[in-house]
Design a protein around this ligand. Structure first.
Ligand SMILES: C[S@@+](CC[C@H](N)C(=O)[O-])C[C@H]1O[C@@H](n2cnc3c(N)ncnc32)[C@H](O)[C@@H]1O
Length: 196
């Protein structure tokens, strides 16, 4: 149903047949950081309703390309290149999903249901981002890229330091389509250093 207060990005997403306005965050990150070069296999955490997955499908033209997607909520579509599991990330055996071949790009747009209590929301976001980082460390190819959402708060520096241990280059972005009052930021971590 159309709502009078839909913002321009929501309207654009509807017109361009994307599942959500979130797509424009990934699009901007990609335009600025060129994160899809040479990418064939993507792990998309917090994928529902699926606009980031749709963007990946647009960018991954190779016939063998695959996207492994996870969310508690359902994906709005199915596609032969997308393998989707509807479960909390904490309950999934990701190696059974992804297999033995490594991943080029790990995305995490996971966000907790907000409570309005700043410390609680920031802590839950940190927990989800930490689970995503563990998945990235386990499944990324050396040199691979990790994009992760985090609610800005006291744990920002701690998380950045964790990323520094495993990635060569770390950027922090706040895409233009991020809602004004949202405290989310995105880390783009490139050049995964495989653990010794
Ligand atoms: C901002 S939405 C993702 C939007 C998505 N990237 C898109 O473009 O359509 C955040 C998602 O994180 C998911 N999420 C939150 N906690 C999760 C968990 N523990 N495991 C998996 N997904 C989770 C939510 O269900 C929600 O769909």
């Amino acid at each position: 149903m159309r709502k009078w207060h839909d913002d321009p990005f929501t309207k654009k997403a509807r017109k361009e047949k994307y599942e959500a306005r979130s797509v424009y965050k990934l699009e901007e990150i990609d335009q600025r950081e060129r994160v899809f070069e040479g990418v064939n296999r993507v792990l998309d955490l917090g994928a529902a309703p699926g606009s980031w997955t749709q963007y990946c499908l647009k960018k991954l033209s190779q016939p063998q390309a695959q996207i492994f997607a996870v969310d508690i909520a359902p994906l709005g579509f199915s596609h032969p290149k997308v393998i989707f599991i509807q479960k909390p990330i904490e309950d999934i055996d990701l190696s059974a999903l992804v297999g033995t071949e490594k991943i080029d790009l790990v995305l995490s747009d996971m966000a907790p249901k907000t409570t309005g209590v700043h410390d609680t929301d920031v802590a839950r976001s940190f927990d989800l981002a930490s689970v995503a980082l563990e998945a990235a460390k386990r499944f990324l190819k050396p040199g691979g890229t990790f994009i992760v959402k985090l609610f800005m708060g006291e744990s920002f520096e701690e998380y950045r330091n964790l990323l520094r241990q495993s990635f060569k280059d770390i950027r922090v972005l706040r895409p233009e389509s991020t809602r004004k009052h949202s405290r989310e930021i995105f880390f783009v971590a490139k050049g995964f250093k495989e653990s010794p």
